[in-house]
Design a protein around this ligand. Structure first.
Ligand SMILES: [Zn+2]
Length: 304
């Protein structure tokens, strides 16, 4: 039984810069250190993971995406910028995601199959993204928080399944208490909760489905502050409460995360997410050079 290990590669302030006034297309001073840490800690153990990249980050760190690919990890897409799906439409999504695809596939000279929506923003109102993913040649999505209120096309299963258009969904694994799905494992939950919460959810999910999925961010493993980013002093003052919230979130409990993470890595077996499609009995024969061709999404025109 394996754990699908996924890591969203982004800065801790990504998605908030529109409010704070920073340059969302730059990376923080610690970005590369965080990526190096992940390459080392996984490389020492021979563990492979899926790394979801933002196109905007790759613009500034093309070498790191190449190195992650050459180290045998799966490279997937987290959008171009860190935009909530609810804030864009089909055309804008296709334009942004095509840009990210072109950039990343050119960098690694290999096709990309997986997508994860920023802020886990796949839900019943944004389910149009599934058709866009199909059109762009993706094989799977991993954005679904499988709880009743977030059903997508009437689906909220916890195990890998296929939507009607053929896109595979690899949902986040959630802890279940008294029959109710509560919280996922990874990110802020991994940072703040005792290690045994994650272990308990992994065991729960494995017993039921034979695998589990955990997510992290590169920034989860380090302390950092807003000065590491490119956010102007004026905007911090003008958005004090947002800054306070972001600072508290970014600083919480990060000193305990590296030891918890190594304990996790030593205790379970891991694989990239695309492997879960194979190991759960569904066929991934589509994995091949599926990206490319001319579509209405991929014609290079700017919807703006
Ligand atoms: Zn993200």
């Amino acid at each position: 039984m394996v754990v699908g290990l996924s890591i969203d590669i982004e800065d801790f302030y990504q998605g908030w810069t529109q409010f704070l006034g920073g340059e969302s297309q730059s990376t923080s001073k610690k970005f590369l250190v965080q990526c190096e840490y992940l390459l080392d800690v996984l490389g020492e153990r021979g563990i492979k993971a899926t790394f979801f990249f933002l196109g905007s980050s790759v613009l500034h760190c093309i070498d790191i995406v190449k190195r992650i690919h050459l180290a045998g990890h799966e490279v997937a897409i987290h959008g171009f910028e860190h935009r909530n799906l609810a804030s864009i439409d089909y055309t804008q999504f296709c334009f942004d995601t095509s840009k990210a695809l072109d950039l990343i596939q050119n960098a690694i000279s290999a096709p990309v199959f997986g997508y994860r929506a920023p802020f886990c923003s796949l839900n019943s109102k944004t389910s149009w993204v599934l058709d866009a993913l199909k059109e762009l040649g993706f094989l799977y999505d991993s954005s679904l928080l499988p709880v009743v209120g977030r059903k997508v096309q009437g689906r909220a299963e916890s195990n890998v399944f296929q939507f009607a258009n053929g896109i595979y969904e690899i949902p986040f694994s959630m802890g279940t208490l008294w029959g109710k799905r509560i919280l996922p494992i990874g990110g802020g939950y991994f940072r703040r909760f005792p290690y045994y919460y994650s272990k308990w959810v992994i065991h729960q999910h494995m017993q039921r489905y034979g695998y589990a999925v955990i997510y992290h961010h590169n920034y989860d493993f380090f302390n950092h502050n807003l000065a590491d980013g490119s956010i102007s002093r004026t905007h911090i003052i003008n958005n004090f409460f947002l800054w306070l919230r972001l600072s508290l979130c970014s600083q919480s409990n990060s000193q305990t995360v590296q030891p918890k993470f190594t304990q996790l890595l030593d205790e379970f077996e891991f694989c990239p997410l695309s492997e879960l499609i194979r190991t759960t009995g569904t066929v991934a024969a589509q994995i091949g050079p599926v990206i490319g061709g001319t579509t209405k999404c991929h014609d290079g025109s700017d919807p703006n």
